[in-house]
Design a protein around this ligand. Structure first.
Ligand SMILES: Cc1cc2nc3c(=O)[nH]c(=O)nc-3n(C[C@H](O)[C@H](O)[C@H](O)COP(=O)(O)OP(=O)(O)OC[C@H]3O[C@@H](n4cnc5c(N)ncnc54)[C@H](O)[C@@H]3O)c2cc1C
Length: 405
């Protein structure tokens, strides 16, 4: 039966949900705060689980052509000592480093091509008792809209959560500086490289392939820092940052020669959000929270986008059984949220004990079953995932079975 949905937030998860709903034959309107949607941001990793969802939307191939296929995630400590080298095992043989803007742009254009109504310049201000949502347009006009079902996909800072119970909502004391730089040599290599010193310094080099401006090889560089030190960093300027980076990794410092004070790196802040429930009844409307609006977390596990894409897919498969949607998604995202809260202080904090523990525990865990299996599943985004494998994986599994036979 054809139903009518309103989606608040036309970002990655909002667009993916809109596409799945439209394909299932429903009416969808997306309300997005930003007046001119554009490809912005730095790099992110799409894990095999998220790539599977994008494959179902028919977008995987186009994205893979523009990103960098990752086969190894490596973390090096003092003096280049290897703490971790996780390889994507067969048949899930790669993740994808990609510019966030390219992922958004691809989904956004697919939404427009599908004829979905996407209304930019519409900011949701709140939810009325009867389930209507109050919007403000770019001309500062206010109006209310009603829909039998609202999907709330407006990200980690969502204020629409305020009228519903949450188990945890906490801003992280640490953030990261991100920038994207041209890198002909390694910008499409297959290793995500991380360097740590104790837990106070955390540098990452993520190959991402193209930038939204065009083809070429690029690397997304991130550098973690405590938020209370941010003002000091800003005052000292980009040059001082680059010399700090050079003490850890010459190659990264060389890449950062492209970064200047008039085009400084982006500061990303994180927050942890655990909602009690993702599905609520308010007046005549059902409200369903997905993506970061439902379960934001620090990006230590590199899975926020993947979890949101899995929400979109699972929601549309369970529209007639929202309890099942909530059960399936809660199980997985709570495990990721918990692990992310446990791991983050080992990579971003001031405790030497925790960093020593990390340097002993991670090499042990990656070599000893069942910890090795859990680590690998956590990275791939399919830990505690209840879902059919994506079509290409099914084919590869069938081919593998045939070959073995
Ligand atoms: C530094 C950093 C690195 C990350 N790296 C990774 C990674 O490697 N892999 C990974 O999987 N994830 C990563 N993530 C997480 C990932 O970026 C998020 O999980 C993902 O973007 C969530 O998508 P979303 O659509 O739920 O929210 P968002 O991307 O935040 O989109 C929300 C949308 O809602 C709109 N909006 C907001 N408020 C309103 C309103 N009131 N009314 C209407 N519209 C509104 C916004 O403009 C936006 O378009 C990272 C995050 C950060 C900060």
């Amino acid at each position: 039966m054809k139903r009518s949905f309103g989606i608040v937030g036309g970002g990655i998860v909002g667009c993916a949900t809109a596409l799945f709903l439209k394909r299932a034959g429903h009416d969808v309107t997306v309300f997005e705060r930003v007046e001119t949607p554009r490809a912005v941001g730095a790099g992110l990793v799409l894990q095999p689980s998220g790539l599977g969802v994008l494959e179902k939307l028919g977008l995987r191939e186009a994205l893979e052509a523009r990103g960098a296929k990752l086969r190894v995630v490596r973390c090096l400590g003092d003096g280049g000592r290897q703490i971790m080298a996780l390889r994507y095992p067969q048949p899930y043989d790669h993740g994808l480093g990609i510019h966030r803007g390219i992922l958004f742009e691809t989904l956004y254009h697919a939404v427009l091509d599908a004829g979905i109504e996407y209304r930019p310049g519409h900011e949701a201000l709140g939810i009325e008792q009867n389930g209507d949502i109050v919007f403000r347009t770019q001309n500062r006009e206010r109006f209310t809209e009603s829909r039998p079902t609202w999907i709330i996909a407006n990200g980690a800072k969502s204020r629409l959560r305020n009228v519903f119970p949450v188990d945890l909502m906490r801003k992280n004391d640490w953030g990261a500086l991100w920038t994207v730089v041209p890198d002909e040599a390694f910008g499409r290599s297959d290793v995500l490289e991380q360097r740590v010193r104790e837990n106070e310094i955390f540098l990452g080099l993520l190959p991402i392939g193209d930038s939204p401006d065009g083809p070429g090889n690029h690397t997304s560089v991130f550098w973690s820092l405590p938020l209370d030190a941010l003002k000091r960093w800003r005052e000292r300027g980009v040059g001082v940052w680059v010399s700090e980076v050079a003490k850890i990794d010459e190659r990264a410092a060389e890449l950062l020669r492209f970064v200047h004070d008039d085009d400084p790196p982006i500061l990303a802040k994180y927050r942890d959000v655990v909602m009690k429930r993702f599905v609520h009844q308010r007046g005549a409307s059902t409200m369903i929270f997905v993506g970061d609006a439902a379960h934001a977390m620090s990006p230590q596990l590199g899975n926020g986008t993947n979890l949101g894409l899995l929400d979109a897919e699972c929601l549309v498969e369970n529209l007639d059984d929202l309890k099942n949607f909530e059960r399936i998604r809660k199980k997985q995202v709570r495990a990721y949220g918990f692990t992310s809260r446990m791991l983050t202080p080992m990579f971003q904090g001031h405790s030497h004990v925790l960093s020593m523990f990390r340097d002993l525990a991670v090499p042990f865990a990656q070599n000893v079953w069942p910890f090795s299996s859990v680590l690998s599943q956590m990275m791939r985004g399919d830990f505690l995932l209840e879902r059919e494998p994506e079509p290409s994986l099914r084919q590869r599994q069938v081919r593998g079975t045939t070959r073995r036979a």
